[in-house]
Design a protein around this ligand. Structure first.
Ligand code: RIB
Ligand code: CA
Length: 314
């Protein structure tokens, strides 16, 4: 049984990753922690609370608000991708469950110390909370069972600047701290999403025809994403970066190729802020710090996502 903490900037695909964790037969979602990122912070908290209620788990999974700002740098939110409410402007009602009073950083530290060697952290947001937790209690680096993060690129164009993927770009200083912490870490870059985590028109229309509350939710939260992908990429497609990451956590056989490599984050430049440089040829002769996913199975991911959106356990 996996014991998960999900760190999220809850908008669009984040909610589908959360739903997947809530419906997983081999995992327990112990807590959700909120990190600044996609949209207005308090709206992110509401989106997480609503998703838990939508999954029929109201009151069963605590939501801890965390960092409202990156460690050092300013950033811009991404309503242009996800809609003003981050949920395709679906204007979902306010959930009954309320967020916890405890800060996300303290919640992460407490959970990891309470279950040393058991907690898997799934990072689908900028890494400010996790970096702050590591600075407050460095000992957790040896106690986290595994970290999987959606972020960065492996020699692939960025999605927020030519050089960088959004999660790393928002807080490259935090990412640098986390990737050099020693936590066993797996990276799912933006290129994996674009190559294996994209649903084309035929595929998302198939999902729409399921006619379940889950498929309706999926199409609602991705309404603005569809418009953005057409405008920015000329693609009629829905991107699923966070849910393919969660799918890999729950079912590692989705990964077709993975390599241990040294990965460095650029937290100093302006133009290449947030770039993730993977030492593919191991030229730097530095100890590899990340398991980089090079290839994932679109078919296996789509099968898992389809079962979820048909209303099944995954
Ligand atoms: O670059 C995509 C990532 O940034 C996703 O996690 C999305 O939710 C945003 O956080
Ligand atoms: Ca996210």
């Amino acid at each position: 049984m996996l014991h998960l903490i999900l760190d999220t900037d809850t908008a669009g695909d984040d909610t589908i990753a959360m739903l997947m964790a809530l419906r997983a037969s081999n995992a327990k979602l112990e807590a959700v922690t909120i990190n600044c990122g996609n949209i207005d912070f308090d709206q992110q908290v509401e989106n997480a609370l609503y998703t838990i209620e939508f999954a029929g788990m109201s009151g069963k999974v605590p939501v801890y608000p965390g960092a409202r700002h990156p460690l050092l740098k300013d950033w811009k939110t991404a309503e242009y991708v996800h809609g003003r409410d981050g949920m395709g402007n679906s204007n979902f009602p306010r959930a009954k469950q309320r967020p916890e009073n405890r800060h996300a950083v303290d919640a992460i530290i407490e959970a990891v110390n309470a279950k040393p060697g058991e907690i898997t952290i799934v990072e689908i947001a900028p890494m400010t909370n996790l970096a702050m937790a590591l600075r407050k209690d460095p000992s957790i680096a040896d106690k986290v069972k595994a970290l999987y993060f959606m972020g960065g690129t492996n020699y692939y164009q960025g999605n927020v600047t030519p050089a960088a993927e959004f999660n790393i770009w928002v807080d490259p200083d935090a990412a640098k701290i986390v990737l050099n912490s020693g936590i066993p870490t797996t990276m799912v870059g933006w290129e994996i999403c674009m190559r294996s985590g994209l649903l084309d028109r035929k595929e998302y229309t198939e999902i729409q025809r399921f006619g379940t509350k889950e498929s309706e939710f999926f199409m609602s939260v991705n309404r603005q994403v569809l418009r953005f992908m057409k405008r920015a990429y000329g693609l009629d497609a829905i991107t699923c970066p966070d849910s393919i990451t969660m799918a890999i956590v729950l079912n590692p056989s989705i990964v077709k190729s993975i390599k241990q490599r040294y990965v460095e984050v650029d937290n100093v430049s302006e133009i290449s802020r947030g770039a993730t440089w993977i030492d593919e040829l191991m030229i730097l002769k530095r100890r590899p710090n990340v398991n980089v996913v090079y290839e994932a199975s679109h078919a296996a991911f789509k099968d898992m996502l389809s079962r979820l959106l048909m209303g099944e356990k995954v």
